[in-house]
Design a protein around this ligand. Structure first.
Ligand code: HEM
Length: 630
């Protein structure tokens, strides 16, 4: 029956019967455990919103709440699947003292990269990962450091010892934290099986922060249903996504009555971290700029065609910037070329492999947290002339979209994003990220220590297993890590861990030497290459494919190739009339700030549809209307 929905077991990816589905309804587990596909996959359709039909043979794979892939089998201890023990049978060293020893606190500007790198990265992360584990200990179970928390198995608070370098003079001895949600904990799979984390995002790169993950959310909050546009609002001459009109909003930290802005987007978590907030607004605007440009060259296109094409271009621009600009800057152009992540030719390439499921690896989801190390929390604000105005801690403007809407803050933070250095790519962490990572909503948050806790609860194999896997060496003693770990840090590692196999994956990354030609630690480099290759080969809608549904023609692809973060900022960044051509890299000799007129732009005439000539004088009503956009 064509119109009958098909229910899939989210974990197994197999269809289930209506009776099995009703069982889930009874248990109230459909949200987590069932993927519903309303219509059979149409191989010629545009990319779906919920990730379904990315893989025609396994239509539910790629959807939210589908499993991650383990590169190495998990390590847990006991029947309760608690974090693995040290080799000698004792618990592993406490996370907080490990963090304070291996990753000291300091705020040092990087000599190469700008703050735009971390803003882009955190936005990109929000496209494929989840916030629910954080919401759990902040909002749903805020009691993990109170006596009530001792009775709740979900609570795994982080202990702060009495000799803590920061808190020994204060009273804080506990930071609240909860176990990550797993297929087991939410009731999809038996508790007697090894915990597998559950993620609420689609596993493809699809700008789900902008478009949401369901038709209903996009229809009710996103689409204007006119000229292919997303809904928008103009305030003080700036274009924004629509704002919420209710009193209760997710912008918990807005300082009322002045700060009222909170975005009513298909995915409300656009209002969370500043980097996510900024790039969501910018990609929102870019969609409308593209739709407007397309409508101009194709007056006969209807709303649907304009919308879908603009979405497709918007996603392609994001991926082009990620693969051809950001990743090469971080990981080395030649490294990416050699591993087949990018191509030197500007034309098409088809790397799609229908045997590879659209998934992310559990390891990748964990080690991406390494980037907390390079997050500078002191956001500098500049005016459009490039003069420093003032600073604000990023942790003070999370969950505070209202701040962006007042005092020209949006202009100044935009300017600061490409003028200011990121944190140094080193074994150091910004003091705010290490102590007050969630700002005023908790008593204290040591983000990298939390990362280590999660590393253990996700059952990551010991660090040395990954070193052996990727670097082809066998590691039996600490000295086998000479040449892999920074010498001075190897001394500290030996003090902290009793056996070389005890080292946690993330702790190893904190102290590793960078890979050749890269700024990233050696093992992180491999784990990133591995996953970014999978994004490319498992995505049927990958923008460089000539034979995907609604594929670009060559001229169009060549225009997409012009996308850079600088042209992006010129197009959507408030007051950006000049910028350095490589805006992920600090401005300076060879990368001077220059007028946007000199930054190559996409020419949308490549999308001119010859069929439109025929209906030129009978253009669809309203087609030429639209906001006056740059
Ligand atoms: C001011 C900047 C940032 C803040 C305040 C922040 C805060 C946080 C917090 C509180 C968590 C949850 C920790 C936990 O409960 O385990 C988290 C998770 C995470 N963050 Fe950040 N972060 C920031 C920047 C970044 C950046 C630049 C990246 C770059 C890759 C990043 C990647 C991640 C990842 C991958 C996770 C895990 C998400 C998941 O597993 O679903 N964060 N962050």
């Amino acid at each position: 029956d064509k119109c009958k929905p098909v229910y899939y077991d989210a974990y197994l990816g197999e269809p289930i019967s209506e009776e099995e589905y009703l069982e889930h309804v009874k248990k109230n587990t459909t949200f987590w455990c069932v993927n519903i596909i309303l219509e059979p996959c149409d191989p010629d359709a545009w990319r779906s919103l919920d990730g379904s039909c990315t893989d025609l043979n396994h239509p539910s794979r790629g959807m939210p709440h589908t499993p991650t892939l383990r590169l190495l089998p998990p390590f847990y201890s006991g029947n309760g699947f608690e974090p693995r023990k040290a080799k000698c049978g004792e618990p592993l060293p406490l996370e907080r003292p490990l963090r304070t020893s291996l990753l000291p606190e300091a705020r040092i500007p990087d000599q190469v990269f700008t703050q735009l790198v971390t803003h882009f990265l955190v936005f990109f992360v929000s496209d494929i990962l989840s916030l629910h584990d954080t919401v759990n200990y902040v909002t749903w179970k805020p009691y993990c450091c109170l006596p009530q928390g001792q009775k709740d198995r979900e609570c795994i608070p982080v202990k702060i010892p009495n000799d803590d370098p920061v808190h020994r003079f204060g009273n804080l001895r506990c930071m609240r934290l909860t176990r990550p949600f797993t297929f087991q904990s939410v009731g999809c799979v038996k508790n007697s099986t090894k915990p597998e984390r559950i993620i609420s995002s689609t596993s493809t790169l699809d700008l789900s922060k902008v478009y949401g993950q369901s038709l209903e959310a996009l229809a009710s909050k996103g689409r204007l249903f006119k000229s292919g546009l997303l809904k928008f609002e103009i305030e003080d001459g700036r274009i924004w996504p629509p704002s919420m009109k209710t009193q209760i909003t997710p912008c918990l930290v807005n300082r009322k009555p002045r700060e009222t802005r909170c975005h009513d987007t298909p995915d409300e978590t656009t209002n969370s971290l500043p980097g996510i907030n900024l790039f969501s607004v910018w990609f929102y605007r870019l969609h409308n700029n593209v739709a407007y440009a397309l409508a101009k060259v194709n007056p006969c296109w209807d709303d649907e065609k304009l919308f879908q094409t603009a979405r497709d271009i918007n996603i392609a621009i994001m991926v082009q910037i990620l693969y051809y600009e950001l990743l090469p800057s971080l990981m080395g152009y030649d490294n990416l070329l050699r591993e087949g992540l990018i191509t030197w030719s500007k034309g098409f390439r088809d790397s799609y492999n229908d045997k590879v499921l659209p998934q992310i690896s559990t390891e990748y989801a964990t080690v991406l947290r390494w980037f907390h190390v390079v997050q500078e929390n002191n956001q500098k604000l500049y005016n459009p002339e490039g003069c420093y105005m003032r600073s604000i801690p990023l942790t003070n403007i999370s969950l505070r979209t209202g701040w962006f809407g007042v005092d020209n803050n949006m202009d100044y933070i935009t300017q600061g994003a490409f003028r200011q250095a990121s944190g140094r790519f080193d074994s150091l962490v910004d003091p705010d990220i290490a102590e007050i990572g969630l700002g005023p909503v908790t008593e204290g948050t040591d983000i990298p220590a939390f990362d280590l806790v999660k590393n253990r609860h996700f059952g990551m194999a010991p660090y040395v297993k990954y070193v052996e896997l990727w670097h082809g060496i066998s590691v039996n003693t600490f000295d086998d890590l000479i040449g892999v770990i920074k010498p001075e840090m190897l001394d500290i590692i030996k003090e902290k861990y009793k056996h070389v196999e005890d080292i946690d994956l993330l702790a190893g990354l904190w102290v590793e030497l960078p890979a050749t030609g890269s700024f990233l630690p050696k093992t992180l480099q491999y784990l990133m290459l591995e996953q970014h290759f999978r994004f490319l080969v498992s995505d049927r809608h990958w923008y460089e494919r000539p034979n995907r549904p609604h594929a670009f023609n060559l001229d169009q692809l060549l225009e997409i190739r012009k996308a850079t973060i600088a042209s992006f900022m010129c197009s959507v960044g408030d007051t950006v009339t000049e910028i350095q051509p490589s805006a992920f890299v600090r401005p300076g000799p060879g990368n001077e700030i220059t007028s946007c007129d000199y930054i190559p732009k996409i020419d949308f005439r490549a999308w001119k549809d010859p069929l439109c000539r025929r209906c030129r004088y009978s253009s669809v009503e309203g087609q030429r209307e639209g906001p006056v956009l740059p």
